[in-house]
Design a protein around this ligand. Structure first.
Ligand code: AMP
Ligand code: ZN
Length: 302
């Protein structure tokens, strides 16, 4: 049995995660959710004084916005789209018959206007652009959403549906780079308070295909993405728990988002993998939160 299966089994056995029969799709216990809620509050204790505008989107987004964002160009393998039955009575009979016989019942499913949100910030850029040019000081948002990525795995840290909390900065290049630098420091301090071992490293997104390899290299060479990694399943391949992304003017260009002085806006975001941090805590401090180090309990439960 490999280490990944063992950790997942331990989490099921402890009742922290609940098996649904699909890898990467789990129920969460009350205790698991409490740890996530406390970590959420800890993030706010670091970022709350910045005056970010709080916005919450549902875990599905406008398909037209998703298409325009470029997600399918870079990550077609991860996308999840919502399809719905749009047939008549005859098609319904056919569907029922297929279910009966175990045949493919999806013939009358049609793509809907909704796709599953791949990262909390994707629905935000069109919303912000619709408001017009940024104010003089730019904008700062606080987001959280369940996200979907089609990457089924027995590694409990690689889920198909998970929550991402984000702060997103929109402004000039200098403003968004300063934002990212601040959060690189805060992220270290925050995870340090949880007494978790970590390292921060340059990273790349999993761009698809051969062209994707070049995009990944370029992203690394330019230092556009950093991750804060904590060993969760493996000491050799630590897990990205926080991400610090500088998008340059990608979303500004796509959405026609301008700064107050009329330049194309730059954007950056810091993303917190809520389940990954909870899993790291259980992994390093044990499944019984009563026995966690006092300093960690104080950071979370105050
Ligand atoms: P990314 O947009 O890939 O940088 O993701 C932002 C954050 O979401 C990462 O730093 C992770 O903590 C978390 N995350 C990404 N993919 C997954 C996944 N499959 N399961 C759980 N958390 C994830
Ligand atoms: Zn983001």
């Amino acid at each position: 049995m490999d280490a990944q299966v063992t950790l997942l089994d331990q989490l099921f056995d402890a009742g922290l995660l609940i098996d649904t029969g699909v890898d990467g799709l789990y129920g969460r216990s009350g205790l698991f959710e409490d740890v996530i809620a406390r970590f959420d509050a800890l993030i706010t204790s670091f970022g709350g004084q910045d005056g970010a505008e709080v916005v919450r989107f549902p875990p599905g987004m406008n398909r037209a916005h998703f298409e325009r964002s470029g997600y399918l160009k870079s990550f077609p393998q991860l996308a999840g789209t919502v399809h719905c039955f749009c047939g008549d009575d005859g098609a319904h009979s056919n569907l029922l018959q297929c279910l009966e016989t175990g045949a493919d019942w999806s013939a009358d499913q049609q793509i809907s206007d909704v796709v599953l949100t791949p990262a909390a910030c994707y629905p935000l850029y069109p919303m912000a652009a619709k408001r017009g040019a940024l104010p003089a000081q730019g904008r700062l948002f606080d987001l959280m959403s369940y996200c979907f990525r089609h990457e089924p795995s027995r590694d409990p840290a690689r889920m198909q549906m998970f929550r991402m909390r984000e702060y997103v900065r929109m402004g000039t290049q200098d403003e968004v780079i300063a934002f990212r630098k601040t959060w690189l420091e805060r992220g270290r301090e925050l995870i340090g308070r949880l007494d978790l071992p970590f390292e921060v490293d340059v990273a790349n997104d999993p761009f698809f295909g051969r062209a994707g390899r070049m995009m990944a290299n370029s992203q690394r060479d330019q230092g556009l993405k950093f991750e804060l990694l904590v060993p969760v399943n493996s000491a050799v391949n630590p897990t990205a728990c926080l991400s610090f992304n500088y998008h340059q003017d990608h979303f500004g260009s796509v959405w026609g988002l301008k700064t107050a002085s009329g330049e194309v806006a730059h954007t950056a975001c810091v993303g917190f993998g809520m389940e990954r941090v909870a899993l790291a805590l259980f992994r390093h401090h044990g499944v019984d939160v009563e026995t966690w180090p006092a300093s960690v309990r104080a950071a979370l439960w105050g």
